[in-house]
Design a protein around this ligand. Structure first.
Ligand SMILES: C[S@@+](CC[C@H](N)C(=O)[O-])C[C@H]1O[C@@H](n2cnc3c(N)ncnc32)[C@H](O)[C@@H]1O
Length: 322
């Protein structure tokens, strides 16, 4: 499946990007890519054209990964009573916007250090008819309790020891669940793992992608992440001078809940399944650690599921709707 922005949101993003010269967007997009590859630092306050470039080239991907994580949360947690969510390091409110179908009745509080995002965030929220308020503030600091706390692609931007302090403030503010979403890099995974360790020590349940509360078996040279395929819009292709119709966004995440997850799959698929003639190798993480299972054509009950199995999904596939 290829993720796309909801039409009304795509239109609002196009309108924001159209306010700037395409050449300036291309230059800003190239600078952003360099910064995200770690080759330069990310400014605390983006310029208007940098914000537009973010909307053109990064926003669709962070929206897609956040939407995938919200749907994991909806699988494991009853969200019918959720009314408030706090989006920490919100930028344009991407993670809140991505919850529009999962939490249609919630109010989102956006917490962000860069006040320049305020107007854009308001326009995008209006496009999706979600209720949100924007507050300028910088992590680390005490956070007001909300039903759900989400932080997407923000904590890795903090320097140590601020990052550790910021992570420590997230779980106490989450009444129902905490989501930490980061780039699918060793550093992004380390942030999620730190949030997991701290929250489990305080009584949380690791609800996704983990299928258990035991020690994470991923070591320093391995990291838990998964891809989501994202359509590249015309403005994305223009900003990057690229022609590919889609790209794969790799992300790491952790969903932590106060109550035990309502459904737990036996295992999570942690790498791309290897499909060969007559058999499929699937790499799994479960309470026993990391292990490979091989499903052959003779295993009629599981072979079809194995052929369709996806990196990031659960195994067996019918256990949590994954
Ligand atoms: C890569 S953007 C992600 C924006 C949005 N969450 C998304 O997923 O598209 C990171 C955001 O975190 C914000 N941020 C970074 N450090 C922060 C801090 N110490 N306090 C508050 N916001 C911060 C940045 O200003 C930026 O808007």
């Amino acid at each position: 499946m290829i993720a796309t922005l909801p039409e009304a949101l795509a239109t609002a993003v196009e309108a924001e990007v159209a306010e700037h010269d395409p050449a300036a967007i291309r230059t800003a997009a190239a600078a952003l890519s360099e910064a995200y590859r770690g080759q330069s630092t990310i400014a605390c306050t983006l310029s208007p054209v940098e914000r537009a470039a973010y909307l053109a080239v990064r926003f669709p991907s962070t929206f897609a990964s956040a939407a995938a994580v919200w749907s994991e949360l909806a699988n494991v947690c009853d969200l019918s009573h959720v009314r408030t969510a706090l989006d920490v390091g919100a930028g344009p409110g991407t993670a809140s916007l991505a919850a529009y179908s999962v939490l249609p009745n919630a109010t989102f509080s956006l917490f962000e250090r860069d006040s320049g995002w305020r107007q854009t965030a308001a326009k995008l929220a209006t496009a999706l008819e979600i209720e949100s308020t924007f507050r300028v503030g910088a992590l680390p600091g005490a956070l007001t309790p909300h039903d759900i706390v989400v932080s997407a692609y923000a904590l890795n931007e903090l320097a140590e020891p601020e990052r550790a302090k910021a992570i420590a403030a997230l779980w106490p503010a989450a009444r129902v669940a905490l989501i930490v979403l980061e780039p699918g890099t060793p550093k992004g995974f380390a942030v999620c793992e730190m949030a997991r360790t701290q929250a489990l020590a305080a009584g949380a349940h690791a609800a996704a992608p983990c299928t258990h509360n035991d020690r994470c078996p991923m070591t320093t040279d391995d990291w838990c992440h998964r891809p989501v395929r994202v359509a590249r819009s015309a403005i994305h292709r223009a900003a990057k001078l690229g022609s590919l119709a889609h790209e794969d966004e790799k992300f790491s995440y952790i969903v932590l809940t106060r109550d035990p997850p309502r459904r737990t799959a036996p295992a999570r698929i942690v790498r791309k399944p290897i499909r060969n003639t007559g058999h499929v190798h699937i790499d799994l993480c479960n309470a026993g650690g990391l292990q490979r299972t091989t499903v052959t054509r003779r295993d009629k009950a599981n072979y079809r599921g194995a052929r369709d199995a996806e990196w990031g999904g659960v195994w067996p596939p019918d256990q949590t709707g994954g």
